[in-house]
Design a protein around this ligand. Structure first.
Ligand SMILES: [Zn+2]
Length: 402
């Protein structure tokens, strides 16, 4: 089991394009030296061994990496406001098919044709900071078939499950949860408060009409504070009001409302955002909170788009299985991504190699070719050889011809 899990992890760490490509390096000494794999299973065995694995069992691996970084003060630079980290949540699909499916697939039936689409989605949760490119993912929550509810219900339920797990695993971590407007509802806001998490959630006039009426009323009463400044040709404005009821059903639930507008030289509005938060808004922290709200795109851009484009092949089907294989692969890919992001954030050697070869794609190419052609004692050894061009001085590998 350990060898199978580590083999799949190694495949994602090396960014191999397929399980078959990884299978070709099965007898490589480096798999033992760098990943501790004693006897790697062949691709068919690997799928069979991993299919019944409960994805929940993989969560502790994320936790132990996270705690190590915490102990080494590696996460300190991601702290955003009053010792809190920004926790961004977003769901995304990674698999869709009309034919291939398993027990945990979400199913969508076309009401006109009756055609069934099978899908997999994950709810991702990452720590991020507007000034840093790196994001630190927690173990994602699979959005899997539960009770035939709709997508949004599923994503909301997944977010409930995930936030509880994060709180259980990190009881003292100070967090500001940043989510889109779907999250701005009474039950979810109360849940966040119960979990001791601050929040900054999107709000839209169409979805939150009552809230916006209250804000208008507060404005008429002179309770609204406005800030305005210019950045080049662009006029930026922030409006905020504290303590307004969230909605008609939750009038006792008071939230603070933050609104941001960017307009061009001719006065036309270019950007417009609104959020609700439990953090008391002041003139001094309002621009900072706007930056936090706008950092939400980082989970889409720096997490899922990176997984889709920068060598990870998030949407490639490495094997679907009958029970959990598809989810297990997706979780292990996220784990490999966590290791890479942690190295990028905390490891000077990794950063030096990345700077030298200039791009992530070139970095993964170098990693794979060195892995294939030379024998290393550790990952550190491998990166040092790339950094100092020591490859030509290494003895050629002993070929295993058995
Ligand atoms: Zn499936």
């Amino acid at each position: 089991m350990v060898d199978a899990l580590m083999s799949a992890f190694a495949m994602f760490a090396l960014k191999d394009p397929s399980l078959l490509a990884f299978d070709e390096r099965r007898h490589d000494q480096n798999l033992r030296n760098l990943f501790g794999i004693q006897r790697g299973p062949c691709d068919t065995q690997l799928r069979e061994i991993l299919d019944p694995v409960d994805p929940e069992q993989l969560r502790p691996a994320f936790g132990s990496i996270f705690r190590e970084a915490q102990r080494g003060k590696g996460l300190k630079k991601l702290r955003f406001y009053q010792g809190c980290y920004l926790l961004l949540l977003d769901g995304t699909g990674y698999f869709s098919s009309h034919h291939i499916h398993c027990d945990s697939c979400l199913t969508k039936v076309n009401s006109d044709t009756g055609e069934v689409t099978y899908q997999h989605q994950l709810l991702g949760a990452v720590l991020a900071h507007p000034d840093h490119k790196e994001v630190i993912p927690f173990a994602p929550e699979p959005i899997v078939q539960q009770d035939g509810s709709t997508k949004n219900d599923c994503e909301r339920n997944a977010s409930k499950r995930l936030l509880r797990k994060i709180r259980r695993e990190h009881p003292r971590l100070k967090l500001i949860v940043v989510e889109d407007g779907l999250a701005s509802n009474g039950p979810h806001v109360r849940e966040l408060m119960d979990l001791g998490m601050h929040f900054l959630l999107g709000a839209k006039p169409g979805d939150h009409a009552f809230l916006f009426e209250q804000v208008t009323a507060a404005c008429d009463e002179g309770r609204m504070t406005a800030l305005s400044w210019k950045e080049g040709d662009v006029r930026c404005q922030i409006f905020f009001v504290n303590k307004v009821p969230l909605n008609a059903e939750n009038q006792d639930l008071l939230v603070n409302f933050l609104h941001y507008v960017e307009s061009g030289p001719d006065g036309e509005i270019q950007k417009l955002f609104s959020w609700i938060t439990d953090l008391r808004i002041r003139r001094s922290n309002a621009p900072l909170l706007v930056r936090a709200g706008r950092a939400r795109w980082k989970i889409e851009n720096e997490t899922f788009n990176t997984l889709k484009n920068q060598g990870y092949r998030y949407e490639h089907n490495y094997g679907h299985g009958h029970q959990h294989l598809s989810v297990v692969f997706a979780m292990l890919m996220m784990l490999a991504f966590l290791v890479d992001q942690m190295q990028q954030l905390c490891c000077p050697l990794f950063r030096a190699v990345w700077t030298k070869v200039k791009s992530k794609r070139a970095l993964w190419d170098n990693l794979r070719s060195h892995f294939r052609h030379f024998c290393f004692q550790s990952m550190k050894h491998l990166y040092e050889v790339i950094l100092y061009d020591l490859g030509k001085e290494l003895p050629p590998p002993i070929l295993d011809t058995s």
